[in-house]
Ligand binder design. Structure first.
Ligand code: NI
Length: 228
């Protein structure tokens, strides 16, 4: 499932984050943290993840994303990898097709996180750069996203994906991974659909015997499929 979360950060918050992520920020070569295959594809800059700035901004990103109830419903988070930040511009302007490592070790939390769900939070306005689409490939098709600043996309960690070359301007983003309580994308999708449609049924008809029963079904499926 690919899901867009909208308006997670307002214009003032975005301007402040972008100012913090100016040329003075502790940017390092993105390839320094890529695995064997990915390192051949990765040509961007990344914020030094142990820097005081990164740690401060991580909190803002996590607060913004977790404030959206869709995030919990879609990702059913068990562990969240500390958000990272990247920049694509000039010569360091793309990240070719790759699959993210299945298990990542967070130095900050000293935890291993299985990358069930990937999240990218767009921080630059689409009009401020050319290219830079997040493109997810399937066997015979591809889907490209270039979202407004302050919006995020959740997509399966199993996706072959890339960031297309930025040919003008700068693309700033935050990205991180979620280990879900429900490992299977298919099962998470079923739970998400059930949850969203129950919400609508309640809005239309109020609580009734059927919504109560289906809420029971939701929780019983979650109990069957979830690990905590
Ligand atoms: Ni990636």
């Amino acid at each position: 499932m690919i899901l867009v979360l909208k308006n997670l950060l307002n214009a003032d918050e975005l301007a402040s984050i972008r100012a913090d992520l100016g040329p003075q920020a502790p940017w390092i070569a993105g390839a320094s943290s890529a695995g064997g295959q990915a390192v051949t594809q990765k040509n961007n800059q990344q914020l030094a993840q142990d820097s005081a700035l990164a740690i401060r901004l991580q909190q803002r990103i996590l607060q913004a994303v977790q404030a959206d109830p869709l995030f919990f419903s879609a990702a059913l988070p068990h562990k969240i990898f500390n958000p990272l930040f990247n920049s694509y511009s000039g010569q360091a302007n793309h990240y070719g097709p790759h699959i993210d490592g299945a298990i990542l070790h967070s130095r900050q939390t000293a935890e291993r996180v299985r990358t069930d769900v990937s999240c990218t939070v767009f921080l630059s306005e689409p009009g401020d750069y050319d290219g830079g689409e997040l493109t997810m490939h399937d066997t015979c098709s591809a889907q490209s996203l270039k979202l407004p600043a302050g919006s995020a996309v959740l997509y399966p960690g199993t996706s072959l994906h890339e960031v297309r070359p930025v040919t003008r301007g700068q693309r700033l983003a935050s990205f991180f991974w979620i280990q879900s309580m429900v490992r299977s994308d298919e099962q998470r999708r079923l739970l998400f659909d059930l949850d969203m449609n129950l919400l609508k049924l309640r809005q239309q008809h109020g609580e009734n015997a059927e919504t109560t029963a289906l809420t029971g079904t939701y929780h019983n499926l979650l109990r069957m499929w979830a690990d905590t």
